[in-house]
Design a protein around this ligand. Structure first.
Ligand code: COA
Length: 373
């Protein structure tokens, strides 16, 4: 049975940064000290008006493919973990597939909210292990800023936008060692965006503004998360046959520094082994773990032979964890021609897509004429 190994990684965040001070200046009834002391967050990035989730996802994915040395046409499957897709349909993954020019890839979205990326990693690894795919692009991308009520200080200070991606490739040497996924829908009401689906119908009217916003019971989520992330991590550590002291790095979902510290304590690992960058990005939902992975790699905290545990929680309630053995050398930098190659591949993908559309239109016209005659 082949293993699924991470061979490429990439991340992207929007250009616009919002510090805690900026939020205060915007009129949010909060303070830098409150946010920093309760959550560890100091800054987050927010997408511009013309920047959709797929735009962030494509950039992160291009970087991951370049690092892996994989052409878009070699990818078998694209999974986009997101709860803020560009549209209800088609999937954001299909839009990403088109923009990348990944003409041989299947594509679908996975929505497990903030736990989505690790869920998708588990699904992608399963496809490789079963022999159904050899290269799977797994992306976590979200723009929760769109659903924030900027007058609700208990939620708007917590979230940011971003995307992260990894390329999984079939390998003879261990990569993903174990994974777990879970859900407890009895807690669905604790974190939700009520409108936008089939439950709150429009009946000719727009849904109430309050139902378009993310709503959350922070304290209850907090209590649950401090237990759940550790439990999920513990489960994959045990089922991968690792001893806790063999784990070199834990990358938890970046929601709140205090939740991460509590997770480290429950797991019995030192906080130095638990990576956190929530300070700079806030909670980027499904993007948080791949962004953190990229930054941990960039900080020199990941090397071949390391055992890494990713553990996450989110709306649903849902959770997932993966234990993996890192096996690739981290290149000091991308080859010099990488931006050129990225540009070329993107241009080719745009041209190919335009040609396909044209071809479809011409064929439809001809078929209609023939049918009429
Ligand atoms: N600035 C200032 N005060 C704030 C505030 C803010 N941004 N947000 C809430 N407060 C106030 C509350 O109004 C409350 O005031 P009161 O005591 O006068 O009523 C007080 O701070 C305490 O509120 P509480 O909600 O109990 O705070 P908390 O210590 O639980 O921290 C969270 C709130 C949201 C930071 C914390 O519960 C949390 O991180 N929960 C998990 C959320 C999460 O991770 N969600 C994503 C899941 S993927």
């Amino acid at each position: 049975m082949p293993y699924a190994q991470i061979t490429g990684w990439g991340m992207h965040v929007p250009a616009r940064a919002l510090t805690n001070e900026n939020l205060v200046q915007m009129g949010v009834d909060t303070s830098h000290d409150w946010i920093a002391s309760r959550t560890g967050i100091e800054r987050r990035f927010v997408a511009g008006k013309d920047e959709a989730t797929s735009d962030l996802a494509v950039k992160a994915a291009q970087e991951a493919l370049l690092l892996a040395g994989t052409r878009p046409s070699e990818v078998d499957l694209i999974l986009v973990a997101t709860c803020t897709p560009d549209h209800i349909m088609p999937s954001t993954a299909s839009l990403v597939q088109n923009r990348l020019g990944a003409e041989n890839a299947g594509a679908m979205d996975i929505n497990a909210a903030c736990a989505g990326f690790v869920y998708a990693l588990s699904v992608g690894a399963g496809q490789i292990e079963s022999g159904r795919a050899r290269q799977v692009l797994v992306i976590g991308a979200d723009e929760l800023s769109i659903y924030l009520n900027w007058r609700d200080r208990s939620t708007c200070v917590l979230f940011g936008d971003g995307a992260g991606a990894v390329l999984l490739r079939a390998s003879d040497t261990p990569g993903v060692l174990a994974s777990t996924t879970g859900s407890d829908g009895s807690g669905a009401n604790l974190l939700m965006i009520p409108a936008g689906g089939s439950r709150i119908r429009m009946n000719g009217r727009a849904p109430a503004q309050k139902d378009r916003y993310l709503r959350m019971n922070g304290p209850q989520i907090f209590r649950w998360a401090t237990q759940m992330m550790a439990k999920a991590a513990q489960k994959v550590i045990t089922s991968s046959g690792l001893k806790p002291d063999q784990v070199t790095l834990v990358i938890p979902h970046q929601a709140n520094l205090r939740i991460m510290e509590a997770t480290a304590k429950r797991l019995g690992v030192s906080t130095e082994k638990v990576f956190s960058n929530v300070r700079n990005y806030g909670n980027t939902s499904a993007a948080s773990i791949p962004i953190a992975l990229c930054e941990a790699i960039g900080a020199g905290m990941v090397k071949p032979g390391d055992n890494i545990v990713l553990t996450s929680f989110g709306a649903g309630l849902s959770w997932s964890a993966v234990a993996l053995r890192w096996n690739v050398e981290v290149p000091a930098h991308l080859p010099r021609w990488s931006p050129l190659r990225r540009q070329l591949e993107a241009t080719m993908a745009t041209l190919r897509s335009a040609l396909r559309r044209q071809e479809r239109a011409v064929r439809t016209t001809i078929e209609e004429r023939l049918h009429r005659d």
